[in-house]
Write a new protein. Structure first.
Length: 263
């Protein structure tokens, strides 16, 4: 996917856990015709070895991740960096000029912390760039997006159209409370539309078992850090989850086919 730019940033903590994240980031960057930046936010531990081994391990992790990305997408331009600082601030800065931030989502289901202390939730809530959370490798299935009538959901719909096109798959729109779709995009008219009677998070989580991607708005019309529906989906969805904000952008149509899909 290409969300308004050509740089995809992947946050790596432990390559052993983040291989699927790196793989997804490399594929997104290649699909955008752009490049991949692998970033590790490094904080010196309270007790160190005294020989800088911790820093060397971090450098090795990002270089390993970058090398792996090049095998996933040969010819892809990849850079790797270890940046000193707390993960939230480092990754927010790295993502500011990027088109997409990709993070691992494997630990979200086990979170027992408040949103204010969760790095993942902080990044999903405070990063203007769309943020994708990856749990496993790509799989077949439609792109599913939740609509609640909010500006964030409108942005999620636009990104979902791009995601479905890039994946060459179908688009499913779940309408909470009968919320309509904005505009008259042809891709939206051709999508499968379903009205959700119960809790929207339950419907989205059910769909995640057969979806290739779930797309949600960050907070809807709520003044909270991150909406409760989005938090529930981040914690429990089986598929990758893409979080969009009202300011999230999509690329201009590149050819007739993309213009037709965009309506």
């Amino acid at each position: 996917m290409r969300f308004g730019g050509t740089t995809v940033v992947v946050g790596v903590k432990d390559f052993g856990l983040d291989a699927a994240t790196v793989r997804a980031g490399a594929r997104e960057a290649a699909a955008a015709g752009g490049w991949l930046r692998v970033v590790h936010a490094f904080v010196w531990p309270l007790f160190t070895s005294g020989h800088g081994e911790e820093r060397e391990e971090a450098e090795e992790a990002v270089e390993t991740a970058a090398a792996y990305a090049r095998t996933v997408e040969p010819g892809l331009l990849v850079s790797a960096a270890v940046v000193d600082g707390a993960p939230v601030s480092v990754l927010r800065r790295a993502a500011t000029p990027a088109s997409l931030l990709v993070l691992g989502g494997h630990g979200l289901a086990a979170l027992g912390t408040e949103p204010q202390t969760s790095v993942s939730i902080q990044l999903a809530a405070r990063t203007a760039t769309p943020v994708m959370f990856v749990r496993e490798d790509e799989r077949a299935g439609p792109v599913v997006v939740g609509m609640d009538g909010s500006p964030d959901a409108d942005a999620a719909l636009r990104l979902a159209v791009v995601a479905a096109r890039r994946r060459r798959t179908g688009l499913v729109v779940l309408h909470a409370g009968g919320a309509p779709c904005p505009g008259e995009m042809q891709a939206v008219r051709l999508a499968a539309h379903r009205m959700v009677a119960g809790p929207p998070e339950d419907a989205l989580i059910r769909e995640s078992w057969t979806a290739s991607l779930i797309v949600v708005g960050a907070r809807g019309d709520r003044p909270t850090l991150l909406g409760p529906v989005t938090q529930a989906v981040l914690r429990h969805a089986a598929s990758p989850v893409l979080v969009a904000h009202a300011g999230s952008t999509v690329p201009p149509a590149a050819d007739r086919r993309e213009k037709a899909l965009a309506g």
